[in-house]
Design a protein around this ligand. Structure first.
Ligand code: TXA
Ligand code: MG
Length: 341
């Protein structure tokens, strides 16, 4: 990453204050930001992304911003988690304060808050409204598509349409998958609920608040990143374990099919391939750029070597499962010649 460009950051803060959209780096993925207290600006995010209006967006805060401006009835657990993990890749869902526009909350009685740790994000949040504002920002991708981890990904998706005033470049997002989301808005009745797994694990949260977050039930608030089909490239995606993958690669090669491979152990060469680090953090860091790169190879399928199951791999497995969701049967179809190449 290059050094902080304060002039660009100040220009971006002024653009946000005037109601425009600014894309900015965070340690998880790039966000598409707007002034959270300006309903028209928030509406412009939905329009640019092609996202349904009833999906709430996360409000990003500067370090040490007063939580009680944004949230009401804040439990001690929220302060403890903020102390432990902010700035960082944790989003907390809390009861919203009265002054939060409906557009931010998607009409729900809660608000998602997060203080990101990327230095450019922090500098932007400090420059915007003198550090007292909130920047509403979903990931800076079109609805349902893979989240961006490079400024170039954002330019590729929004550069042409004029909806985004500025893209701040902060290099590659270090974490690479979206923040962990924990819902603390119904603690008394439901306990803490893990709405989206991420770099900060349920166990790490439990170590701070003495309660392991529950899995969401059917009544949990809707989270767009928790739709079954999400984070999906245009090319179909299938996940297989290493042994099965070898056979599939050989079978598809025999059929003249083009395979783009995302793997982390030694595997035979294919039409295109990208090898990722065999650690949860390394894999997560590289995953979205790899999905985008393999999506651009004109392959019939993106085959992903299934990562191990287990705690630290939960976030990566969650995102891969969603990326593959719409592609059930693709490998069988290609092997049996039932799918047009
Ligand atoms: O890492 C991240 O969280 C990134 C960066 C830019 O901060 N942002 C991100 O935003 O992933 P987005 O909108 O793509 O995903 C945020 C998720 C969505 O699934 C949304 O529905 C959920 O957070 N969310 C936001 N506010 C919520 C609320 N009040 N209740 C339930 N879910 C909420
Ligand atoms: Mg998103």
């Amino acid at each position: 990453m290059e050094g902080l460009d304060q002039a660009a950051i100040d220009a971006a803060a002024r653009a946000l204050e005037s109601g425009q959209l600014v894309a900015f780096p965070t340690e998880t993925v790039y966000g598409l930001g707007a002034d959270a207290e300006n309903p028209q600006a928030v509406a412009a995010i939905y329009a640019a992304k092609g996202r349904p209006q009833d999906h709430p967006v996360i409000v990003h805060l500067a370090p040490d911003a007063p939580l009680d401006y944004w949230a009401a009835g804040i439990p001690a657990e929220a302060h403890a988690l903020a102390d432990a993990f902010w700035p960082g890749p944790l989003t907390m869902i809390l009861k919203r304060a009265a002054n939060i526009p409906d557009a931010v909350s998607g009409g729900q009685d809660t608000v998602g808050l997060r203080c990101p740790s990327h230095p450019v994000a922090i500098a932007l949040l400090r420059a915007f409204k003198g550090g007292r504002g909130g920047v509403a920002a979903p990931s800076a991708n079109k609805f349902g598509a893979v989240s961006p981890t490079l400024a170039q990904h954002v330019r590729d998706e929004f550069g042409a349409d004029g909806s985004v005033a500025m893209v701040l470049d902060g290099g590659a997002s270090q974490v690479g998958i979206e923040s962990t989301i924990v819902d603390l808005s119904r603690l008394a009745t439901h306990g803490p609920v893990l709405l989206r797994p991420g770099h900060i694990s349920a166990e790490a949260i439990a170590a701070v608040i003495d309660q392991l977050p529950n899995a969401p039930d059917a009544a949990a608030p809707r989270a767009s990143g928790t739709l079954e089909s999400h984070y999906a490239p245009h090319t179909p995606v299938a996940m297989q374990d290493s042994a099965q993958l070898r056979q599939t690669v050989a079978g598809l090669a025999a059929k003249g099919r083009k395979v783009a491979l995302i793997h982390y152990t030694d595997l035979p060469p294919t039409h295109a391939a990208q090898r990722l680090p065999a650690t949860p953090d390394g894999f997560a860091h590289a995953l979205y750029a790899a999905l985008r790169a393999m999506d651009g190879q004109g392959a019939d399928v993106i085959l992903v070597e299934a990562p191990p199951q287990g705690g630290d791999w939960l976030g990566v497995n969650d995102r891969l499962r969603r990326a593959a969701h719409g592609s059930t049967g693709i490998v069988h179809g290609l092997l049996n010649g039932q799918v047009d190449a």
